[in-house]
Design a protein around this ligand. Structure first.
Ligand SMILES: NC(=O)c1ccc[n+]([C@@H]2O[C@H](COP(=O)([O-])OP(=O)(O)OC[C@H]3O[C@@H](n4cnc5c(N)ncnc54)[C@H](OP(=O)(O)O)[C@@H]3O)[C@@H](O)[C@H]2O)c1
Length: 204
C-alpha cells in the first residue's frame, strides 16, 4: 500500500554506489538513505517497479563521469510507482496517482543522484505520465527509456513510409520497441540464435 505524505518515512532502502566500478564491487543495499524531498515542479514517488538499462552499468563504470552528478549515486532511470507527495507547482498529478516515466530528461548530462532503484524517488512532473490501466507496474517500468531510444533512432535516420530498415538486436529492449512501432512490412529482422528462438516461441 502506498504511503501518504503524512506517514512518509525519513529514511529508505536504496541500492547505492559511492565509487565507480563493477556492480559486484561497488553496488550496496543501504537501509538508511534519506528520502529525497520534491522541488516545486517535482513529485515524490513510492517506487513499485524500476527498470535497469545498459546506461546504468555504463554510468556505474564511470564511462561519463565528467558529466555525471556527484557520488554517491542511486542508479535507475525507469520507474513505475505511486505519487505520495507533490511540489507546490505540480498541476498534473495528485497523491495516489499511478504513474510511470524515465526520471532523467538528459541521459548523460547530469542524470539525477537519486535514481529509481530505491523505495522512493523524486521526478519532475513533466517527465511522468499516468500509467495505462492495462499495464502492470512492472510492464510500465520496462518501457520509458527503450521507447525514447527507439523513437530517437527512427527520427535520427529520418525513417518514413516506403523506406526499409534493418533491425539488429531485435529481441533486445530497444529492438523490441522498434519492431512494435513499425508496420511489419517495413522491417527486415536479422535474428541472433537466441532471438530466433524467441521469435519462433512468439509465432508458434
Ligand atoms: N536500453 C536503452 O534504453 C538504451 C538507450 C540508449 C542506448 N542503448 C544502447 O542500445 C543497445 C541495445 O540496448 P538494449 O537495451 O536493447 O540491450 P539488450 O536488451 O541487452 O539487447 C541487446 C540485443 O543485441 C543482441 N546482440 C548482442 N550482441 C550481439 C552480437 N554480437 N551480434 C548480434 N546481436 C547481438 C542481443 O541478442 P541475444 O539476446 O541473442 O544476446 C540482444 O537482442 C546497447 O548498446 C545500449 O547501450 C540502449
Amino acid at each position: 500500500m502506498a504511503s501518504s505524505a503524512a506517514t512518509l518515512p525519513s529514511k529508505m532502502k536504496a541500492w547505492t554506489y559511492l565509487e565507480y566500478g563493477k556492480s559486484s564491487d561497488v553496488l550496496k543495499l543501504q537501509s538508511d538513505v534519506v528520502v529525497p524531498q520534491p522541488r516545486d515542479d517535482q513529485v515524490l514517488l513510492q517506487v513499485v517497479a524500476a527498470g535497469i538499462n545498459p546506461i546504468d552499468f555504463k554510468r556505474m563504470l564511470g564511462m561519463f563521469k565528467n558529466s555525471d552528478s556527484p557520488l554517491p549515486i542511486i542508479p535507475g532511470y525507469d520507474v513505475a510507482g505511486v505519487v505520495v507527495k507533490v511540489g507546490s507547482q505540480v498541476k498534473k498529478f495528485k497523491e495516489g496517482d499511478q504513474v510511470y516515466g524515465d526520471i532523467n530528461e538528459k541521459a548523460m548530462d547530469h542524470p539525477t543522484q537519486f535514481g529509481t532503484i530505491a523505495q522512493y524517488t523524486v521526478v519532475a512532473e513533466k517527465l511522468l505520465a499516468l500509467k495505462p490501466k492495462n499495464l502492470s507496474f512492472v510492464e510500465a517500468a520496462s518501457l520509458p527509456l527503450v521507447i525514447e531510444t527507439a523513437y530517437e533512432g527512427l527520427e535520427r535516420c529520418h525513417f518514413s513510409a516506403g523506406k526499409s530498415i534493418l533491425v539488429l538486436g531485435g529481441a533486445g529492449g530497444v529492438g523490441t520497441m522498434i519492431i512494435q512501432v513499425l508496420n511489419p512490412s517495413y522491417y527486415i529482422l536479422i535474428p541472433s540464435q537466441l532471438e530466433l528462438m524467441f521469435i519462433l516461441f512468439i509465432l508458434y
